[in-house]
Design a protein around this ligand. Structure first.
Ligand code: ZN
Length: 423
């Protein structure tokens, strides 16, 4: 499982990044109508993104419900790929500086939790009732804040500069409150609810996906949280870390899944309309990439992420339940041992982007040219070892090489325990 690190700089994916994850489409919707507040307009915004945001002009909390936005208001298309960048930074006509999307677009963080997780029950009841289009926003390195005022102000400034002040005139950024204390790393909730803006503005924000500016970096995701493609991470194989191993493991995973018909049956029992090919297509699309995790200066070990490129048409809750069926399997190869799914206490969870498919130290975002947030190397949570957040628990459940099979599989993954798909 461990092997000599052959390339110390190769901590990230050994697979091509193009094959790594789904990417944001760098192009936005085909909105053709524009308004005077569009980013290409030369009109100066009334709000500037200041190093020290001024708290007075922004509605932090709006005591009364805002009227629904005028549906006739459209936001001009914003195609960041068409703008020239300098050292990875784009400067829009209104002065906003943003990280230019890398070739192929930004990666999509593979979220393993519902955005509603640990949101106060009262908000879970009221937020869905907000009229008009909605989306979610969270910051890079988001964490639950009892006082989110500064985050709210910076987020509001950024959004106004992206969608235009007119479209943002009724913008409401609802701040999450926690239902309880979870006593876990990166306790949610940290997703803010955006409403009070036209659909074109929502489309623009979610189309961009990621906006990294000098003041704040935000991820925007649709209100109906998209399905992730990430299923799980396998460890304990003795495969060499190479492309051939990735395809060999993918074949083994598919073969193993096909030997468990309950996994296909689950899809057909939960998809909204009959589709005889649904399970076949999903399983056929499974692919594997590797991560090399440094454990010391001279040693690293390899783990393999499993993705489904064509996730079945399930609700997010059902998707997590379906992928947990796969996470309950073990994958025995002819020559390279048995791959075990990283259990919940060893599950990756990136502090920065909240993706489940890499540790914080391997987060791809700070490595993007022009990224504005501090590099992860300046963070306490970023040594090679500590960045593998699983290393802290290596002495417990999965640290025992003598334990039989997947004895712990059923624990820690079920409902009521922390982990993927929890509310
Ligand atoms: Zn990350």
């Amino acid at each position: 499982m461990t092997k000599a690190a052959t390339a110390s700089a190769q901590h990230m994916m050994t697979d091509s990044r193009d094959n790594k994850c789904a990417r944001q489409n760098p192009h936005l919707s085909d909105m053709s109508e524009s308004d005077e507040e569009g980013l290409s307009s030369t009109k100066k915004p009334t709000l500037a993104v200041n190093p020290a945001p001024q708290p007075t002009p922004q509605p932090i909390a709006q005591p009364t419900a805002q009227p629904p936005p005028q549906l006739t208001l459209h936001v001009q298309q914003l195609d960041l790929t068409s703008l020239p960048s300098v050292n990875g930074v784009l400067t829009l006509n209104n002065g906003l500086r943003l990280t230019a999307p890398p070739t192929g677009g930004f990666l999509t963080p593979q979220l393993g939790q519902l955005v509603w997780r640990n949101v106060a029950l009262a908000l879970r009841d009221k937020w869905p009732q907000k009229e008009g289009p909605k989306a979610w926003a969270r910051t890079f390195r988001a964490q639950y804040e009892e006082n989110a005022q500064m985050t709210n102000i910076k987020m509001r400034n950024l959004i106004a500069l992206i969608i235009g002040e007119a479209a943002a005139s009724s913008l409401l950024i609802s701040t999450p409150s926690a239902e309880g204390e979870l006593f876990e790393r990166l306790q949610p909730p940290y997703n803010f609810l955006i409403s009070g803006v036209p659909q074109s503005a929502i489309t623009r924000l979610t189309g961009l996906g990621v906006c990294s500016s000098p003041d704040i970096t935000c991820f925007f995701i649709p209100y109906n949280q998209p399905l992730p493609k990430y299923i799980c991470t396998l460890e304990c194989f003795t495969f060499p870390d190479c492309e051939g191993s990735n395809s060999g493991i993918a074949a083994l995973v598919k073969q193993t899944i096909r030997m468990h018909p309950n996994i296909s049956h689950f899809i057909h029992q939960h998809i909204p309309s009959p589709d005889a090919e649904a399970a076949i297509k999903a399983i056929d699309s499974i692919r594997v990439t590797s991560l090399s995790i440094a454990v010391s200066r001279n040693l690293s070990h390899t783990v393999w992420n499993i993705y489904v490129d064509s996730p079945p048409n399930l609700s997010l809750k059902d998707y997590f339940e379906w992928s947990n069926l796969i996470r309950d399997l073990q994958f025995t190869s002819e020559d390279y041992g048995t791959g075990l799914v990283c259990s919940e206490d060893r599950q990756f969870l990136c502090t920065g982007c909240k993706s489940y498919d890499h540790p914080t130290g391997l987060c791809p975002f700070p490595k993007i040219l022009g990224w504005f947030s501090p590099a992860t190397s300046t963070n306490d949570d970023t040594s090679n070892v500590s960045l593998d957040n699983r290393a802290h628990t290596s002495q417990n459940s999965r640290g025992n090489p003598n334990r039989g099979g997947r004895g712990l599989v059923g624990r820690g993954r079920g409902r009521g325990k922390r982990g993927r798909g929890q509310y």
